[in-house]
Design a protein around this ligand. Structure first.
Ligand code: CA
Length: 230
């Protein structure tokens, strides 16, 4: 059973959060005072922390920053003001999500589940995760859970060709054939330059991941799994 730590000084709200999370199958604990969080974490472990910002003793921002110096435990920050979220994002606290008060407890449970789903199953070992890209042929876009990026027609066709048969190596000649149906004369370099641009766009949405691989003298292939380093 997964455990959630709730840090909230409005006791009624904390109880409500606990009720909903318990019903959803989570174990919970709650702390009222900001000063208790770090000592609690020294002797206990949790899978996710729901952290209110305005707390007696020590404020949530400070707590979040300190937790991030030694732990990647997911943190959902609760804030009382919607207009504060932009500022919080700018601070790059390393929080995994933000929820604004007042919120529905059901929505909170959904957000907790979403954050936990994003985690690799075992964060200690590098894991392989299949990349799920949605290719939208009507708008020439690639869409992931969090981002979307626009491609040119040629880039889109290249990606689609490689993505649909992961691991298969396509020669430059074959790619030119598939992409330039009108038999236009293009050089190998044209494919290379489109691939280069496509790779750049892919790193915008999946940084540090190489999805399109080149095989010297042979061509290109798409690798569907990426390695997630701890
Ligand atoms: Ca509060």
């Amino acid at each position: 059973m997964m455990h959630i730590l709730i840090v909230e000084d409005e006791i009624k709200l904390a109880r409500l959060q606990m009720d909903y999370l318990n019903n959803a199958g989570f174990n919970t604990d709650f702390l009222i005072n900001g000063l208790d969080v770090l000592p609690w974490l020294e002797t206990n472990s949790t899978d996710l922390i729901i952290l209110d910002l305005m707390l007696p003793g020590r404020d949530g921002l400070d707590i979040c920053r300190e937790i991030r110096t030694f732990s990647n435990t997911p943190i959902i920050i609760i804030t009382a003001r919607i207009e504060e979220i932009d500022r919080l994002l700018g601070l790059e606290l390393g929080a995994d999500d933000y929820i604004c008060k007042p919120f529905s407890p059901r929505e909170m449970v959904a957000r907790v589940k979403t954050v936990l789903r994003r985690l690799p199953l075992n964060t200690l070992e590098p894991v392989l995760q299949t990349v799920n890209l949605i290719l939208d042929p009507n708008r020439f876009k690639i869409i992931t859970a969090e981002h979307e990026v626009e491609l040119t027609t040629v880039e889109f066709k290249l990606l689609q060709t490689l993505y649909e048969q992961p691991g298969r190596i396509f020669s430059r000649a074959k790619l030119m054939d598939l992409i330039y149906r009108d038999q236009r004369v293009v050089s190998d370099r044209t494919i290379d330059s489109h691939i280069k641009k496509l790779r750049k766009k892919l790193t915008e949405i999946l940084p540090n991941q190489e999805l399109i691989h080149s095989v010297y003298g042979a061509g290109y292939y798409f690798e569907a799994s990426i390695k997630i380093e701890d």
